[in-house]
Design a protein around this ligand. Structure first.
Ligand code: BG6
Ligand code: MG
Length: 222
């Protein structure tokens, strides 16, 4: 039996992955760079400055901007993102997430957050979910972002649970890689194309079912 679940935030618990995309898209438009949803798959799960670098790389003359200018652009994106967050409320928790969290609690297992976002605490607060989490890892607590496993290792260490007794739930290709590299069981939420490396996968959150996840975990861990 697993002992802990570590949830990614954006795109798993709530659809802020879409807000991140819209905010980046708005910024990219302003600087004359075209991005689409397919390109956005590469941005999912990775940090703010890294995301900006990937976008700027699409227009080589912008890659050499000064650190100051890059920080201004990142701050602007965050301003757009926070505008979108304003109306975020418990009704925006994705289907199936609250029942899953409650079931995990009921079975006496631990829950942590493993997010790359500096806005993670605020998002959890607005969703009124903070109390369900035994530990929160956000961008401030790690030095190496996903796909590096540090986010998930840090969460498991804080919970005091061995890595192979943890289940990580992710919507980002980089996030699934991070869970796998941490030696944990990975649950992917998203397309087969993007998340073929997950140990178990569903298309969307309403298909997340506690017993099915535990069953899948049991099949690989014995
Ligand atoms: C991750 C998102 O959770 O957080 C990324 O998947 C985002 O899209 C990253 O860029 C950083 O978020 P923030 O809120 O610190 O800019
Ligand atoms: Mg995500």
């Amino acid at each position: 039996q697993p002992k802990a679940f570590i949830f990614d935030l954006d795109g798993v618990i709530t659809d802020t992955a879409e807000y991140h995309y819209q905010a980046w898209k708005r910024l990219a438009d302003e600087i004359g760079i075209y991005i689409d949803r397919q390109f956005n798959e590469e941005l999912k799960g990775i940090g703010r400055m890294e995301s900006l670098e990937k976008i700027l790389a699409l227009k080589p003359e912008l890659e050499k901007l000064s650190v100051d200018k890059k920080e201004n652009l990142a701050a602007k994106k965050n301003k757009y993102y926070k505008e979108l967050l304003k109306s975020l409320a418990p009704a925006d928790i994705l289907p199936g997430i609250l029942p899953l969290i409650q079931e995990i609690r009921l079975r006496g297992m631990k829950i942590a957050l493993g997010s790359a976002s500096k806005n993670a605490q605020r998002v959890l607060e607005q969703l009124e979910l903070t109390n369900y989490f035994d530990y929160i890892v956000d961008a401030a607590k790690v030095s190496k972002g996903k796909p590096h496993p540090e986010t998930f290792l840090t969460a498991a260490d804080a919970l005091g649970v061995p890595y192979d007794f943890c289940i990580g739930i992710e919507d980002a290709p980089s996030g699934v890689t991070a869970v796998n590299e941490a030696g944990m069981f990975s649950v992917g939420v998203g397309s087969k194309e993007a998340l073929s490396h997950s140990d178990y996968r569903v298309n969307q959150t309403d298909e997340l079912n506690f017993d099915r996840i535990i069953e899948a975990y049991g099949l690989v861990s014995v």
